[in-house]
Design a protein around this ligand. Structure first.
Ligand SMILES: Nc1ncnc2c1ncn2[C@@H]1O[C@H](COP(=O)(O)OP(=O)(O)O)[C@@H](O)[C@H]1O
Ligand SMILES: [Mg+2]
Length: 273
């Protein structure tokens, strides 16, 4: 069975009748990662939010979205709430927004874990501490007592990844999880996402502009443009046997950026991660 099977997904804005995603279909296999790439405004985030059922009220969708065979469109809001976090994990671009600014980050974790599992406080703390060590966060107890504004964007993303390691969702949706970070934090958060995938055996949707990150983590790639998947296949196929001119453009643009960077660094060899 596919972990996720999306068939004929169509998303539109009810206020303007604008079609945002046309008839999109894709599948994700157990323990595999689908990268969705494409220019800004092509419909990647509205697709992710349709799966989580977190789009704004004016954004409507039809089509079938099955998580491990379960048709999500037929679930009530209360049933969806139970699935979110526990089976459908979300890692957003801006980690700060996931947290309540007025409480320490540890209380967010405790609440979320208490909601999904009947663990004691001590067990929650122990599991969180172990997961935070997994993603190289030192001194977990001190970190859990910090307010979100006291932590960097990279730290917050890693805390979210640690939480996901404990929750072990079936599917993680990471929508541009590194775009708001500096280069070093981007690299670290990518490492931790790879750890998360290995630790939990989850499937993943990874939305990114960073094709070198896509190469590192994705098994399959879907290229979106103007609300349509214009090309899809295994990562190897997409990178070596590109069919569509637009995909070639994306890959070439990335290479041009790399060689510009190499030139501006005075010819230093840039290792393609
Ligand atoms: N809340 C919203 N209301 C109306 N239109 C929206 C809303 N969110 C996104 N859109 C529109 O949907 C299209 C796809 O957006 P989005 O999925 O955010 O693109 P991407 O994530 O690929 O950059 C864009 O044309 C965007 O303007
Ligand atoms: Mg987006």
């Amino acid at each position: 069975m596919h972990t996720l099977e999306v068939s004929n997904l169509r998303i539109w804005d009810e206020q303007t009748d604008k079609i945002l995603v046309k008839d999109s279909s894709f599948q994700i296999e157990p323990e595999s990662c689908l990268a969705i790439v494409g220019e800004s405004g092509s419909g990647k985030s509205v697709t992710c939010r349709a799966i989580m059922r977190l789009n704004k009220a004016n954004i409507r969708h039809t089509g079938s979205i099955k998580l491990a065979g379960l048709e999500l469109s037929e679930l009530s809001e209360a049933e969806m709430r139970k699935l979110r976090g526990r089976q459908l994990g979300l890692i957003m671009q801006n980690g700060m927004r996931a947290f309540d600014p007025s409480s320490v980050v540890g209380s967010h974790f405790k609440e979320t874990l208490k909601q999904h599992y009947g663990w004691s406080q001590a067990e929650i703390t122990a599991r969180m501490a172990r997961a935070m060590e997994n993603v190289m966060l030192k001194d977990p107890v001190a970190l859990m007592n910090k307010y979100p504004h006291q932590l960097s964007g990279g730290m917050l993303q890693r805390m979210m990844i640690a939480l996901a390691i404990v929750l072990k969702p079936t599917l993680i949706i990471a929508d541009e999880p590194t775009s708001a970070l500096d280069t070093l934090s981007q690299y670290e958060v990518m490492e931790q996402l790879i750890t998360l995938k290995a630790e939990t055996g989850c499937s993943m949707i990874f939305v990114s502009h960073d094709l070198s990150a896509v190469k590192r983590i994705a098994d399959d790639v879907a290229v979106m443009r103007n609300g349509e998947i214009i090309e899809s296949g295994t990562a190897a196929e997409i990178f070596t046997n590109t069919q569509h001119a637009y995909t070639k453009y994306l890959i070439d643009a990335k290479q041009a950026l790399n060689s510009h960077f190499i030139r501006s660094m005075g010819g230093l060899a840039l290792v393609d991660r």
